[in-house]
Design a protein around this ligand. Structure first.
Ligand code: ADP
Ligand code: MG
Length: 744
């Protein structure tokens, strides 16, 4: 029996999913797998685990597990459900990559999908669980797809062994054919239960013009107009990234500030918390593509042009907007994946009396979190995604148009509590050119990490795996080749008929080295380095370098234009300081050749030595959040290495001395072993076909040269041979994480 508070009980009764409790529970009783579709906010994530709990699915030895593609959702939903059920977080808990509050008493466990995949490696039958819920399946994150594939096999196996288990797949869209009409996945299609959400009509207003560049500015003007001219109701603005979110928040706060006395109560507290938000935040949150993931959603609302209605406020920028108007305060809150949970929780609380709520968000507000009281949505129509070149692996972050399904999903956020309005900062013609849905993530990125994980699960023929959407054959071949070259998979025999050789090339079994690598929670190239790290006492250095390479963007980006005069002189100072620090971290003599990796190692060492404080990071141009994450990852990698070879007895030394010359030589070999396929050679004088190619490097797979970035430790040295961490296309093709290789 669950003892809920009357307020919670009342709020629950309003959720559409509650009306379907009987239907859902009956379907779960009668079927091993069930799919539940319901609009965002219908109560799936918070209520379905409670239904299962009350029906006794956690009363025996098994517990209820729920996976989320985003860390934000795993943490905040576990807290919410604990609160609704009046249970401690010892019972309703979460586990994400670096942290969690799971105990022996845990009955309901929220986790990221990556966490569950790791658990399957330890116990293929997932015996701890009586039910697994795969939430947000419409997002089609890589791990979600793989988990559904694996669970389609695990569930029947459990039932055959007399240890029954249930699978629920929950989606915010009705587009679930990839799961249901997929004979390879489920021979009997699972029943689909539709939760009818109370969705009020949302009027769509398209811009006549489509700003190609300054959509943040356009969002600012639109939001100001809504706030000045339209009746009460929360505003939700969709932008593409954290930097944009902060910049718009700043502008809006400036335009409609809180002053002491211009709200009725609680203003000083709010004033303080607004003030304490970081003023300049150059975090590149986009470094975490999964968290900022894409979308794949169902259209469901009208999208008529209705220019000329009262609420169509036009797209001309207003005049007096930049002048501060404290008489109509706007309660502006940012929302993105990496925002601290306390800050995120603010969007669920009522805005202070006399103010209007305005949440400036990335994709995360599209389906993962439901913000109450939103009446107006401002949609920039774009999304930031990481793209990979299929052949060369070159990656880049690009802001692109979103899909129609996603734009409709965003618009739908305006109609949860009453009829709403969505202002699209693009024309209906542009909308018509959007793709209908976004592609599943698995078709858009390299898959070597997944292939290694699957081989570790003894799935040798990855091609035959029941993927909801299979990755391309090219991507699978490339992954097997890389893993063979790293020694993680056994080389296929070179004899036999062509067809057999082809087959063998795609079903190489895992080696003992591969198993060790699979146990490290990092990409295979880095896992290889860890596996080699115990030589010459190099392990602590390898762990630090791998952690720094895995957590991207450890340095604050000082290349962005400064906002004002005084900021710019400060910036010049900071740049000088950072250049000096980088030079110091790069070391001397032999260690210089380790290049950018030595700088990372030096930065991690120095930061840890100083106690990893925000102050140290701020002063030395390091991104604090990245350094904290590196610290956690170092701990985690150290444990993982000790688990594989306990005799090395690795530990995290906060006072790690710089590597000796001998260790640097060793480190360079280890780095080369991991990044061997990322080798580049300086373009020879006779091959310079274009003056722009000077100082360029040639890689095996690309015709055009790639370059060392001016901020790299090796920019001036320009060694003959280098290995690089990755190639990013920005203004040029730049190698990142460059280290020199001896020409022998
Ligand atoms: P779905 O998963 O179907 O999108 P949810 O279960 O996430 O729906 O949300 C159901 C309701 O619970 C929404 O109205 C949402 O606003 C509310 N809710 C979710 N989390 C919180 C929270 N932390 N505080 C207050 N309300 C919340
Ligand atoms: Mg949900």
């Amino acid at each position: 029996p669950v003892d809920r508070s009357p307020e919670i009980q009342e709020a629950r009764l309003k959720l559409p999913v509650l009306a379907e409790e009987q239907v859902i529970m009956e379907a779960v009783r009668e079927n091993p797998c069930v799919v539940i579709c319901g609009e965002t906010g219908s109560g799936k994530t918070t209520q379905v685990p409670q239904f299962l709990y009350e029906a006794g699915y956690a009363s025996g030895s098994g517990i209820i597990g729920i996976t989320e593609p985003r860390r934000v959702a795993a943490v905040s939903m576990s807290h919410r459900v604990a609160k609704e059920m009046n249970l401690s977080t010892r019972v309703v808990s979460y586990q994400i990559r670096y942290e969690g509050n799971v105990t022996d008493e845990t009955k309901i466990k929220f986790m990221t999908d990556g966490v569950l995949l790791k658990e399957i490696q330890k116990d293929f039958l997932l015996q701890r669980y009586s039910v697994i819920i795969i939430d947000e399946a419409h997002e089609r994150s890589v791990y979600t797809d793989i988990l559904i594939g694996l669970l389609s096999r695990i569930v029947p196996l459990r039932n055959k062994k007399g240890m029954p288990m249930k699978l629920l797949v929950m989606s915010a869209t009705l587009r679930v054919e990839d799961f249901t009409d997929n004979q390879k996945l489920f021979r009997t299609p699972p029943p689909v239960i539709k939760v009818d959400a109370r969705q009020f009509p949302v009027t769509i207003h398209f811009n006549k013009r489509t700003p190609l560049e300054d959509y943040t500015g356009e969002a600012f003007h639109k939001t100001c107009k809504i706030h000045r001219m339209l009746p009460p109701g929360g505003i939700l603005v969709f932008l593409t990234g954290q930097a944009e979110v902060h910049s718009l928040c700043r502008r809006l706060r400036k335009a409609f500030p809180f002053r002491k006395g211009n709200t009725t109560t609680g203003e000083s507290e709010i004033y303080l918390c607004v003030q304490s938000l970081p003023r300049i935040d150059l975090d590149n949150y986009s470094a975490l593509p999964v968290d900022e993931g894409d979308e794949d959603r169902e259209a469901g609302i009208g999208d008529e042009d209705d220019e000329g209605s009262d609420l169509d406020i036009g797209d001309d920028p207003g005049d007096a907007e930049e002048k501060a108007d404290p008489s109509i305060p706007l309660y502006v809150l940012p929302l993105y994946s990496l925002l601290a949970p306390e800050q995120q929780a603010k969007v669920f609380r009522p805005s202070p009396p006399g103010t209007r709520l305005c949440v400036v968000a990335t994709n995360v507000a599209e389906t993962s979190l439901t913000i109450p009281g939103i009446k107006y949505v401002v949609d920039c129509g774009r999304v930031k995604k990481r793209f990979y070149d299929r052949v060369t692996g070159v990656s880049s972050f690009k802001v692109t148009w979103t899909s129609q399904a996603s734009a409709n999903q965003r618009a739908g956020r305006a109609g949860r509590t009453e009829p709403g309005h969505c202002y699209r900062l693009y024309s209906s013609a542009v909308f018509g050119d959007f793709s209908l849905f976004s592609e599943a993530e698995i078709t858009r990125r390299p898959v070597e990490d997944l292939v290694l994980q699957m081989k570790d699960l003894n799935i040798d023929k990855v091609v035959n795996f029941p993927f909801p959407t299979p990755p391309s054959a090219e991507a699978l071949v490339a992954a097997e080749q890389l893993l063979v070259s790293l020694g993680a998979l056994k080389e296929p025999p070179r004899t036999g008929r062509v067809k057999e050789m082809e087959q063998a090339r795609l079903s190489c079994p895992i080696t003992p080295l591969g198993r060790a690598m699979a146990s490290f929670p990092v990409a295979p190239r880095y896992a290889k380095m860890l596996a080699l790290g115990k030589q010459q006492d190099c392990l602590p250095y390898v762990i630090s370098v791998v952690a720094a390479m895995t957590v991207r963007e450890i340095f604050v980006d000082l290349d962005r234009p400064a906002g004002s005069e005084d900021e710019s002189s400060k910036l010049t100072q900071r740049r000088a300081r950072l250049t000096q620090m980088r030079r110091l971290w790069a070391g001397q003599g032999a260690s210089l050749l380790l290049g950018d990796l030595m700088v990372m190692l030096g930065a991690v060492g120095a930061c840890e030595f100083a106690g990893c404080t925000p102050k140290f990071c701020e002063e030395n141009g390091l991104r604090y959040k990245a350094m904290v994450e590196i610290r956690r990852l170092r701990g985690q990698l150290t444990n993982a290495v000790n688990a594989v070879c306990p005799e090395v007895g690795a530990f995290v030394d906060p006072k790690m001395a710089p590597p000796t010359e001998h260790q640097v030589v060793c480190l360079r070999q280890i780095v080369l072993a991991g990044l061997g396929d990322h080798l580049a050679r300086r373009v020879q004088a006779e091959d310079i076909l274009d003056p722009k190619w000077k100082n360029g490097y040639k890689t095996p797979l690309m015709d055009d040269p790639v370059f060392i970035h001016p901020t790299s430790a090796l920019f001036k040295t320009l060694p003959e041979f280098v290995v690089y961490q990755e190639i990013m296309e920005t203004t040029k093709m730049y190698m990142r994480g460059v280290s020199a290789v001896e020409a022998e």
